[in-house]
Design a protein around this ligand. Structure first.
Ligand code: NI
Length: 258
């Protein structure tokens, strides 16, 4: 497609069935920019490396809730160092709360989430947020602790009502492959009805592969199927979804303009 698409959440360094090099080539050929989130204290270094391989890649550094126990003071220093030395790091993520897998260390998750919000605020960087079965607490923490960073709810999984509540607080809604699933009533409802000014696209590859490739490994370039489904749901051309979501992303991440 001629219109540029920005995929705001792609773990391109975690692909297994497809090589990262081939995935990069696809992005370059298809005019897609991808931002690669980090999930653990070691993954931040992988993100730092992989995004240097293409002009179409940028990154976030952060530790996600399932890895909260591994987060130390050294992790915070490592993150700061990477940010200082790599100007393609454009945000902090993915960070947040996840009560789906394990509810036994909620306090630790919250503590690590808040520490990373502070870092983002200090450096005035956007936040890429992971929230699963923890919507209320995630929003409460953002309202209470986030002073000046733009926040994005990655792979948004809440209701339309919750999406509106987020938007009221200036939070962006990012949708991925789930929106293409037949039974994803919430995601379709959100995609069709939120103001397009708050919408962003992503894949969360290698997970959550969109239809028509559901069941296979996801790829960063499949963001176009997400865009197409949203266009169908909103009764508009895919170019409009691509253009508007790219505009939104460039507002949040002006470094991507190059
Ligand atoms: Ni992710």
């Amino acid at each position: 497609m001629e219109t540029k698409i920005i995929n705001t959440h792609s773990h391109i360094n975690m692909l297994k069935e497809y090589s990262t090099e081939a995935a990069i080539k696809e992005l370059e050929q298809e005019n897609i920019i991808a931002i690669v989130p980090a999930s653990s204290p070691t993954d931040i270094f992988e993100v730092d490396d992989v995004i240097k391989k293409s002009k179409n890649l940028y990154g976030y550094v952060g530790v996600f809730p399932e890895e909260a126990r591994e987060f130390t003071d050294k992790t915070l220093l490592d993150m700061e160092n990477i940010i200082k030395n790599n100007n393609k790091i454009v945000g902090i993520g993915e960070i947040g709360l996840d009560y789906y897998w394990d509810k036994t260390f909620k306090d630790k998750q919250k503590e690590v989430f808040i520490k990373q919000i502070h870092l983002a605020n200090e450096l005035n960087l956007p936040l890429n947020i992971h929230s699963r079965e923890a919507h209320f607490d995630t929003l409460e923490i953002l309202k209470k602790y986030n002073k000046n960073s733009v926040a994005i709810m990655h792979c948004f999984s809440g209701s339309l009502e919750f999406a509106k509540e987020c938007i009221k607080n200036g939070i962006y809604i990012s949708l991925g492959g789930v929106v293409t699933f037949k039974n994803a009533k919430n995601a379709k409802d959100v995609a069709a009805n939120i103001p397009i000014e708050y919408l962003l696209l992503e894949t969360d590859d290698p997970y959550l592969t969109p239809v028509p490739f559901r069941g296979k490994e996801n790829r960063p370039s499949y963001v176009k199927y997400v865009a197409q489904e949203i266009a169908n749901l909103r009764n508009c051309p895919i170019t409009e979804v691509a253009q508007k979501t790219t505009e939104n992303a460039l507002k949040i991440f002006p470094q991507l303009l190059d």
